[in-house]
Ligand binder design. Sequence first.
Ligand SMILES: Nc1ncnc2c1ncn2[C@@H]1O[C@H](COP(=O)(O)OP(=O)(O)OP(=O)(O)O)[C@@H](O)[C@H]1O
Ligand SMILES: [Mg+2]
Length: 237
Amino acid sequence: MATLTLERLWAFYGLAPVLRGINLTISTGEIVTVLGRNGSGRSTLAKAIMGLVRTEGALTWAGISLANRQPFEVAQAGIGFVPETRDVFPDLTVEQNLQLGLPRHAIARGAHLAWGIADVFSLFPQLEKRLKTPAGVLSGGEQQMLSLARSTLGQPQLLIVDEPTEGLAPQLVMQVAQFLTAIKSQGVGVLLMEQKLQMALAISDRVSVMGGGTIVFDGTVEAFQRDPTLRSQWLEC
Ligand SMILES: Nc1ncnc2c1ncn2[C@@H]1O[C@H](COP(=O)(O)OP(=O)(O)OP(=O)(O)O)[C@@H](O)[C@H]1O
Ligand SMILES: [Mg+2]
């Protein structure tokens, strides 16, 4: 088991702080959802972990500091990231996008891969039907699946997923939820930034609520549901 630990983590755009002392832990094999109003800093938190914004404070993964590392170093340490922009390569086919997700060095070494292309097809069968289609012409939902699948092929121990269900039809929201649950069951940790409360509560082990640049609640789904003031104070507009 490996754990990502954030202690008093600050993050800045220029000199302006957006995160003001975040404390959070997430381990492999669990789903933790970060909730918060628009603009509360959920995407900044994801970017701070990935080394995409400047931070102060402690950020450790399996006991090793990852603070202010380059994004590729964070990825090589076993942390995958699916940004809210669903960054697929539009001119490449679905198959080529997926192949780019595979870790070439590990394959060259003959290492066993936990996730192969057949595994992601069994979770997202639609992708297999679109194998030779350029990613740019896929629907938003298909692009989201492709982005999730490609990141999973990178064999992460922890996957950070920023608003994967935004704009998706209910059927696809359910498929994304099933996908995240499936990778968790294989031991991957999932740090989910999500607005869809019902879906998030259904699949999460714990939830954290962001407000004012800090974590204002961190606990089990049951504890979250016992306190309705959390929603009125920190989530509803
Ligand atoms: N590149 C940037 N430069 C300066 N400020 C930024 C930048 N990106 C975000 N911010 C500011 O940081 C704050 C948090 O933004 P962030 O995108 O992390 O929020 P969020 O919770 O993901 O919101 P949402 O996804 O609903 O837009 C906001 O006030 C936003 O305006
Ligand atoms: Mg965001």
